[in-house]
Each structure stands twice: as structure tokens, then as C-alpha cells.
Design a protein around this ligand. Structure first.
Ligand SMILES: NC(=O)c1ccc[n+]([C@@H]2O[C@H](COP(=O)([O-])OP(=O)(O)OC[C@H]3O[C@@H](n4cnc5c(N)ncnc54)[C@H](OP(=O)(O)O)[C@@H]3O)[C@@H](O)[C@H]2O)c1
Length: 323
């Protein structure tokens, strides 16, 4: 099968297409023929070994797992003897950590894999999971409900566009911060108010919120403190300069009346099922910025690394429209 592989850490150019052996499903595994996948910030982190400590998980000198790609949308091609939840021909979505930048991948049936929502193409469905599962992990700590307010900074990213929709699902009052060109998009995702960060610094306008969520790792607790109500929560997705965020998360448990959190998301089947339900109910849709063919994985990755994509970047692996 065709797959994008890499044998050394480095820039996007270390990625290349290669013919590799097609995986064979074990008894409890499903073989998925992948129609579409994504290039996300985690893929870029693994490939570039940023931050350095991730080499302890992925291989100290060179990557142990040669195929990146976490999200997938495709069709079940074969099932192991003990599989009960899926059948050959099922259209599925999933998120798997590694291995999705390829024509086929094997996943255990109890891993985060679910039936694809109907009425979506594979390209539309591939980005359902990653940004939204990270956003969910962040928002679960925020006690969002009617009457609570949240400001989402970097609301136009993969995590941010999902967070706006999920916060609305939890009935919070949502202020989304983005660039001028994306304000209409943020409104269409359900934001109650939008702020243009090129025109206005939200930390200086005197407004306060129960929750401030920096979904793109560009702000800081120090600057956002004044925008939090007493008892407010500041949510981060990045470790921050000199890894100060985990230290702050620990310290603010005991000191001060405003708390910092840095959730560590885990991909679960339960979350994937929850997200497919939201999609079917019309309450969540992943935003797709650009779609590239698998052969252009290097160009796609370079674009993701500009840090300026809107929502998600999709790779088409094999043709197929989905039902
Ligand atoms: N905790 C975890 O497990 C985990 C996992 C994956 C990723 N992450 C981190 O989460 C962060 C977000 O990931 P993502 O995939 O959602 O990011 P992304 O999609 O790459 O974010 C891109 C968006 O961020 C906006 N943006 C960039 N700089 C900005 C700024 N200074 N102010 C406001 N908006 C800005 C861009 O809008 P403009 O075009 O207006 O610049 C663009 O729409 C990353 O820092 C990533 O490292 C964390």
C-alpha cells in the first residue's frame, strides 16, 4: 500500500511516499481502507520532535513509528474473527495516534472508531475527532452551563472552531476571538459575540469571563488574569515558555482565586461516539480549510506549520464520496 513515511526527525521535507506492506488485522482488529485523513499540529510535533522530550515516547534517535496521521475516514475492508461491532463495507471515522497517512490501517474495534455520520463526504468527516476531543478535554474542566461565560482565544484553529461549537452545546455564553477575515465564520459556528484581535485587545476592554480558553497557545495567564472573574478558570493547550504552564496549573490550585488548567486529552471511543451524535444532530461540524492529495503531504504540512490554517487541513488518500 502507499503510505507517507519518515525515518528521521526534521522539517516537512523528511516526509515521503513509499510502498509499504499492508497491515493484516488481528482477531480483535478492523482493517480500514482510508479515504481521507488530516495533517494536524500533533503530527507536526511528532515529526519535528518538538518539544524534544517527545522523543522519549517516539524514539530517541529516530522515529520508531514511520507513519504519522491520527485521524481517518474510510471503509471497513476486513474484520478479525472476534470483531462484533463492525462489518466489511461500514463507513467509519476514527482517531488513532499514528498510521493514518496511508491507504490502510488496523485498529482494535474498541479503540476510538465509530460509524461515520451519514450525509458527509470522507473529506468532511476526517477532521471530526482530533481538535474536538482536545477541546472537550479542556472544556470539561470549566463547568460550562447556562449563565457561565467563556472567551475563546485562537477560535479559528482546529481546537478553537470545535471549542466554540462545544461551548455553545454546553449553553455557555461564548465570545470568540479571531482575525477580521474569520469573524463571520465564528458567528456561523454559534459565537454570541466576536472580537477582532487585530482591532481590539480583549485584556484591556474591561470585560470579564468565568473562563478564558487560549486554544492556540499564544496568550498568557499573566495577561489574561484581569479578564477573569474571581474564581475564574484559565485554560491552556500548550506548555508555554520554559514550560511555565504546568507549574502555574499546580501553583494556582493553592494560591490565588483564579485557576490555570492544562488538560491532557485522551482519545476515547466514548468521545468519538458523542461527537458523531452531535454531528448527526447538527450541533457540530468540523471546519475544513484546505484539502490536498496524499502526494502533496509536504505542502499540506508546510501550510499547517504556518500556524494560520482555519480549522483543519485534509489529505485525500483514495477517492470515494461516502454516503
Ligand atoms: N494539549 C494537547 O494535547 C495539544 C494537542 C495538539 C495541539 N496542541 C496545541 O494546541 C494549539 C492549537 O492547535 P490547533 O491545531 O487548534 O491550532 P491551529 O489550527 O494551527 O491554529 C491556527 C489558528 O490560530 C490562529 N492564530 C494564530 N496565531 C494567533 C494569534 N497570535 N492570536 C490569535 N489567533 C491566532 C490562526 O488565525 P490567524 O490566521 O488569524 O493567525 C489560525 O486560524 C497549538 O499551539 C498546539 O501546539 C495541544
Amino acid at each position: 500500500m502507499r503510505a507517507v513515511v519518515y525515518d528521521e526527525y526534521g522539517p516537512p521535507e523528511v516526509l515521503r511516499l513509499e510502498d509499504v506492506e499492508r497491515p493484516v488485522p488481528r482477531d480483535d482488529e478492523v482493517l480500514v481502507k482510508i479515504h481521507a485523513t488530516t495533517v494536524n499540529r500533533s503530527d507536526c510535533g511528532w515529526r519535528g520532535a518538538h518539544p524534544f522530550f517527545i522523543r522519549f515516547f517516539t524514539g530517541l534517535r529516530r522515529p520508531r513509528r514511520r507513519i504519522l496521521g491520527s485521524e481517518l475516514a474510510g471503509e471497513v475492508e476486513a474484520v478479525g474473527a472476534a470483531v462484533t461491532q463492525f462489518q466489511v463495507g461500514d463507513e467509519v471515522i476514527g482517531v488513532n495516534g499514528f498510521g493514518a497517512h496511508a491507504e490502510f490501517v488496523c485498529m482494535r474495534e474498541n479503540r476510538p472508531l465509530a460509524q461515520k455520520p451519514t450525509g458527509m463526504t470522507f473529506e468532511e468527516a476526517a477532521p471530526i475527532c482530533d481538535g474536538a476531543i482536545i477541546a472537550l478535554a479542556c472544556l470539561r474542566n470549566a463547568d460550562l452551563r447556562k449563565g457561565r461565560s467563556i472567551l475563546i482565544y485562537g477560535a479559528t484553529g482546529s481546537i478553537g472552531t470545535a471549542a466554540v461549537q462545544l461551548a455553545k452545546y454546553f449553553e455557555a455564553d461564548v465570545t470568540a476571538v479571531g482575525n477580521t477575515k474569520n469573524l463571520e465564520l465564528l458567528r456561523s459556528l454559534g459565537a454570541d459575540s466576536v472580537l477582532d484581535y487585530t482591532q481590539e485587545d480583549f485584556t484591556k476592554n474591561g470585560e470579564t469571563y468565568d473562563v478564558v480558553f487560549d486554544s492556540v497557545g499564544k496568550h498568557s495567564f499573566r495577561r489574561c488574569r484581569r479578564s477573569l472573574k474571581p474564581g475564574g478558570i484559565y485554560i491552556e493547550t500548550d506548555l508555554g515558555f520554559m514550560w511555565h504552564v504546568p507549574v502555574l496549573a499546580l501553583a494556582t490550585r493553592w494560591i490565588g482565586d483564579r485557576r490555570v488548567t492544562l488538560p491532557t486529552p485522551t482519545y476515547t471511543k466514548k468521545d468519538v461516539l458523542f461527537l458523531t451524535e452531535l454531528v448527526e444532530a447538527g450541533k457540530y461540524r468540523p471546519v475544513v480549510d484546505r484539502t490536498y492529495p496524499l502526494e502533496q503531504v509536504v505542502e499540506a504540512t508546510r501550510y499547517v506549520e504556518t500556524g494560520q490554517k482555519t480549522g483543519n487541513v485534509v489529505l485525500t488518500v483514495t477517492s470515494g464520496s461516502g454516503t
